[in-house]
Design a protein around this ligand. Structure first.
Ligand SMILES: [Zn+2]
Length: 97
Protein backbone atom coordinates (compact mmCIF):
# COMPACT_ATOMS: atom_id res chain seq x y z
CA UNK A 1 0.00 0.00 0.00
CA UNK A 2 1.22 3.48 -0.88
CA UNK A 3 0.18 6.73 0.80
CA UNK A 4 -0.46 9.58 -1.63
CA UNK A 5 -1.11 13.22 -0.80
CA UNK A 6 -4.26 14.79 -2.25
CA UNK A 7 -3.63 17.34 -5.05
CA UNK A 8 -6.41 19.61 -3.83
CA UNK A 9 -5.92 19.29 -0.07
CA UNK A 10 -2.39 18.91 1.32
CA UNK A 11 -3.79 17.72 4.65
CA UNK A 12 -5.52 14.79 3.02
CA UNK A 13 -3.91 11.46 2.18
CA UNK A 14 -5.18 8.49 0.22
CA UNK A 15 -4.18 4.87 0.56
CA UNK A 16 -3.52 3.36 -2.82
CA UNK A 17 -3.01 -0.24 -3.88
CA UNK A 18 -2.90 -1.84 -7.32
CA UNK A 19 -6.62 -2.57 -7.09
CA UNK A 20 -8.06 0.15 -4.85
CA UNK A 21 -7.77 3.70 -3.58
CA UNK A 22 -9.50 5.64 -0.83
CA UNK A 23 -9.98 8.81 -2.92
CA UNK A 24 -13.55 9.92 -3.86
CA UNK A 25 -12.96 9.36 -7.58
CA UNK A 26 -12.24 5.68 -7.00
CA UNK A 27 -14.76 5.09 -4.20
CA UNK A 28 -17.72 6.79 -5.90
CA UNK A 29 -16.94 6.34 -9.59
CA UNK A 30 -14.14 4.03 -10.73
CA UNK A 31 -14.91 1.18 -8.32
CA UNK A 32 -18.40 0.86 -9.79
CA UNK A 33 -17.23 0.72 -13.40
CA UNK A 34 -14.04 -1.28 -12.86
CA UNK A 35 -11.87 1.75 -13.60
CA UNK A 36 -8.78 3.19 -11.95
CA UNK A 37 -8.23 6.62 -10.41
CA UNK A 38 -5.21 8.81 -11.22
CA UNK A 39 -3.41 7.64 -8.08
CA UNK A 40 -3.60 4.02 -9.16
CA UNK A 41 -2.47 4.94 -12.66
CA UNK A 42 0.53 6.78 -11.23
CA UNK A 43 1.65 3.57 -9.56
CA UNK A 44 1.88 2.00 -12.98
CA UNK A 45 3.56 5.04 -14.52
CA UNK A 46 1.45 5.04 -17.65
CA UNK A 47 -0.83 7.99 -17.01
CA UNK A 48 0.22 9.78 -20.21
CA UNK A 49 1.87 8.59 -23.42
CA UNK A 50 4.93 10.74 -22.74
CA UNK A 51 5.52 8.75 -19.59
CA UNK A 52 5.86 5.49 -21.45
CA UNK A 53 9.41 4.21 -21.33
CA UNK A 54 11.56 4.09 -24.45
CA UNK A 55 11.52 0.34 -24.11
CA UNK A 56 7.73 0.26 -24.41
CA UNK A 57 7.71 2.69 -27.31
CA UNK A 58 10.37 0.69 -29.15
CA UNK A 59 8.49 -2.55 -28.51
CA UNK A 60 5.23 -1.25 -30.00
CA UNK A 61 6.83 0.67 -32.87
CA UNK A 62 5.85 -1.69 -35.66
CA UNK A 63 2.86 -3.12 -33.85
CA UNK A 64 2.90 -6.30 -31.84
CA UNK A 65 0.64 -9.32 -31.79
CA UNK A 66 -1.77 -9.81 -28.90
CA UNK A 67 0.25 -12.80 -27.83
CA UNK A 68 3.58 -10.92 -27.74
CA UNK A 69 2.05 -7.96 -25.95
CA UNK A 70 0.40 -9.97 -23.18
CA UNK A 71 3.47 -12.12 -22.81
CA UNK A 72 5.67 -9.09 -22.23
CA UNK A 73 3.39 -6.58 -20.51
CA UNK A 74 0.41 -8.47 -19.12
CA UNK A 75 -1.67 -6.19 -16.96
CA UNK A 76 0.03 -3.03 -18.23
CA UNK A 77 -1.53 -3.64 -21.62
CA UNK A 78 -5.03 -3.45 -20.13
CA UNK A 79 -4.16 -0.06 -18.69
CA UNK A 80 -2.71 1.18 -21.99
CA UNK A 81 -5.87 0.08 -23.78
CA UNK A 82 -8.16 1.53 -21.16
CA UNK A 83 -6.57 4.92 -21.54
CA UNK A 84 -6.43 4.79 -25.30
CA UNK A 85 -2.64 4.86 -25.39
CA UNK A 86 -2.66 1.94 -27.78
CA UNK A 87 -5.12 0.69 -30.33
CA UNK A 88 -5.97 -2.80 -31.37
CA UNK A 89 -6.02 -3.23 -35.12
CA UNK A 90 -7.83 -6.14 -36.70
CA UNK A 91 -7.82 -9.26 -34.60
CA UNK A 92 -4.28 -9.50 -33.40
CA UNK A 93 -2.14 -6.38 -33.52
CA UNK A 94 -1.62 -3.55 -31.07
CA UNK A 95 -0.18 -0.18 -32.02
CA UNK A 96 0.93 2.74 -29.87
CA UNK A 97 -1.02 5.91 -30.57
ZN1 LIG B 1 -7.22 7.65 -6.02
Amino acid sequence: MVTVQSDSNPNKFYYVTISSCTCPDFVYRQAKIGGKCKHMLKLFGVMKPKRLSNEVIEFFKDGVSCHEAFEKYGVKLDILLEHNLIVKVGVDKYYLL
